[in-house]
Design a protein around this ligand. Structure first.
Ligand SMILES: [Cu+2]
Length: 232
């Protein structure tokens, strides 16, 4: 974690007379940023939906899937660094929907809720993870909420009962939203054996165990096999 200092580079002067100068540059144990030197691996893969889920393996559903490492709780310092490296996450209210429908965020992160529709929306959540009510505000305005407890928040609109979205609050930065083609990638995951969770609002969540070695890439091909129950 410490920065490399010049003290690590030793100049060894040997012999007298002809003065052969030997510069022995030791390889620093830690680089510019300690993070880059802690052993990590990459997780890549593809998801799909089995028939029983009644969901199609298409972009519309893929982008609602969140893949996350669930067994790591990052330090406050690492979380602050991760938050600093990201733009403020946004859930837009546009065309009578929340966009995106599913948004993973870091614990402690602020989320921006702009209204882009020419009418009033009223975002709220009644769940245990975060209870709030943003009230009504018109097009062009925005409000922010910080998510200070890990878990899942279901968003609703008091004006339009069909509007719904989910915010997943994570204790580490090792998560990804699945891409339009069903693929995902999580970089810089600390080595070790981890529990990887797959989440979609309408399919039953499941997990897989992955073991990462330094510099390794683990590849997974997984499928949601059941529809989600009323609760869970
Ligand atoms: Cu609304």
């Amino acid at each position: 974690m410490k920065r490399a200092s010049f003290s690590k580079i030793r100049f060894v002067v040997a012999a007298i007379g002809t003065v052969p100068l030997l510069a022995v540059a030791q390889t620093a144990e830690a680089g510019e940023n300690g993070k880059q030197n802690s052993p990590t691996g990459t997780i890549v893969g593809k998801v799909s939906f089995d028939k029983k889920t009644r969901l199609k393996s298409k972009r519309k559903e893929f982008v609602k899937v969140v893949v996350s490492v669930e067994d790591i709780e990052s330090s406050a310092e690492d979380m602050a660094m991760a938050r600093d490296s990201r733009n403020t996450p946004v859930i837009d209210q546009k065309d009578m929907t929340f966009r995106p429908h599913v948004l993973p965020v870091l614990l402690g992160e602020m989320v921006d809720f702009p209204n882009s529709d020419p009418l009033f929306h009223n975002v709220y959540s009644n769940g245990e993870t975060k209870r709030f009510d943003l009230g009504m505000y018109p097009k062009g305005q925005s409000k922010q909420i910080d998510f200070d407890k890990p878990g899942i928040v279901e968003l609703r609109c008091k004006v339009h009962s069909e509007m719904q979205a989910f915010i997943l609050i994570k204790k580490n930065p090792y998560f990804a939203t699945v891409q339009k083609d069903g693929s995902f990638r999580i970089d810089n995951v600390p080595v070790g054996t981890h529990t990887l969770e797959f989440w979609h609002p309408k399919a039953k969540a499941f997990s897989r165990e992955v073991t990462l070695e330094d510099g390794s890439t683990v590849e997974l091909d997984v499928a949601f096999s059941e529809r989600r129950g009323r609760r869970g």
